[in-house]
Design a protein around this ligand. Structure first.
Ligand SMILES: [Zn+2]
Length: 221
């Protein structure tokens, strides 16, 4: 049985979920005894094992990078291989793979990060403009940030900020982050109206929201 965090709450119901950070969390009423918890977990062991295998597979994909030939790097939700080549005119090139010259390999991380930043600067403002136009929302500026903790945010002056790390996520997830911040221009808080407005623009936003909650912390190299 994989590791599960038991959280005792004031609620009357129980829930078994994947929490942020990809951990399995079992919430139970405060007075639940250990025997009952064990019994319920045993009864749900098939589901728990299946989820835990899925999480392990995802973690494997996002594991710490070694910058070696053949290693996969995410871009828009797909994986592209790092290919070390003898000689090329630029230190890094992208052509359905990240081509890096042997000589530039010690700087591979910086080169790939700079490539991600450029890609984010091209792609994310374009998505912002597209969705802003659709709903006639006006924003001030789009900034591409270096933030690891906040993948997206907006400021009272109407600036929208997105971390370059978002460019690793699937396009649907990027669009969700974009629409989320755009709607904040008209709805400050996460109210019912806020989510209803998001749903109007992205009917399947919940799927992308869940993806981000589960995998957001892994968008890094
Ligand atoms: Zn928000």
């Amino acid at each position: 049985m994989p590791e599960i965090e038991i959280v005792r709450t004031n609620r009357k119901s129980m829930s078994l979920k994947i929490g942020s950070g990809g951990k399995l969390i079992f919430r139970v009423p405060a007075n639940t005894d250990d025997g009952t918890i064990r019994k319920i977990l045993a009864k749900n062991s098939a589901w728990i094992n299946k989820k835990s295998d899925e999480l392990a597979k995802e973690r494997q994909l996002f594991r710490a990078k070694e910058y070696v030939n053949g290693e996969g790097f995410p871009y828009l939700g797909a994986y592209y291989k790092l290919k070390v080549v003898g000689k090329q005119d630029l230190p890094i090139k992208f052509d359905r793979g990240f081509f890096i010259s042997n000589k530039a390999l010690p700087e591979a991380r910086e080169l790939i990060i700079n490539w991600y930043k450029d890609a984010a600067r091209l792609k994310i403002p374009e998505r912002v403009r597209w969705y802003a136009q659709k709903r006639r929302l006006s924003f001030n500026k789009v900034n591409i940030t270096d933030s690891r903790k906040r993948l997206a945010s907006c400021s009272p002056s109407g600036n929208l900020n997105f971390s370059w790390r978002l460019i690793m996520a699937p396009l649907g997830v990027i669009d969700y982050a974009v629409v989320h911040e755009l709607i904040h221009l008209v709805e400050k808080n996460h109210t019912k109206e806020f989510w209803a407005k998001i749903k109007l623009m992205l009917p399947d936003y919940e799927k992308h929201k869940d993806w981000l909650k589960k995998n957001g912390y892994l968008l890094d190299i």
